[in-house]
Every structure is written in C-alpha cells, then in structure tokens.
Design a protein around this ligand. Sequence first.
Ligand code: ZN
Length: 102
Amino acid sequence: MQPAGRPNEPVELFKTEVSAWARRIGVEPREVHIRPMTRKWASCSSAGRLTFNADLVRQPPRVRAEVIVHELLHLKVPNHGKLFRSLLRAYLVGHASKRNDQ
Ligand SMILES: [Zn+2]
C-alpha cells in the first residue's frame, strides 16, 4: 500500500506508515508532525495532533510500529489502562514486536 510518489524519502515513508496504521486502527489524526524531540519518541495532543520525533524515521520497523500504534491508540483510549495495553498488544501481534520490558 505505497503511494506512487517518492518512497525513498524517509519522512514521507514514515507518514505513509502512520496513515496505514491509522486506517487499520480506525482513527484519523488531524495533523501529523515530525520534528526533533529531545525526551521522547512522540506526543499526542487531545485535539488529535500527533508529533513524532524525527529520529524515529531511522529506527527499526518494529520500534516505529510500536510508537506509531501507541500514539494512534491514544486517539481512541486516552490513558494507559488495561484496554489500551491489550489493544496495543493485539495490533502489534504478528508485527514482529516482542518487547520484554512492557
Ligand atoms: Zn502513551
């Protein structure tokens, strides 16, 4: 599901990943920004604006997927409760994501 455009551009590719996950999860982020961030991988505003750390585009696919799904899920579930964690796990299953520290 890649757009015709310029798949070599890492930022564009990353945004494509974000919209693919958004469709899958069934959410529509109002805005997606990518910029340098110092202390975290991403943030999500209550208005539906997602900001991702520019360094993320160079991380391995499973790290990107985890961060993207995490932030997109916040558009559905605003906290990190049981529901959030089980949805996160469900979406990342089969995506080669196995983190033992969660
Ligand atoms: Zn969170």
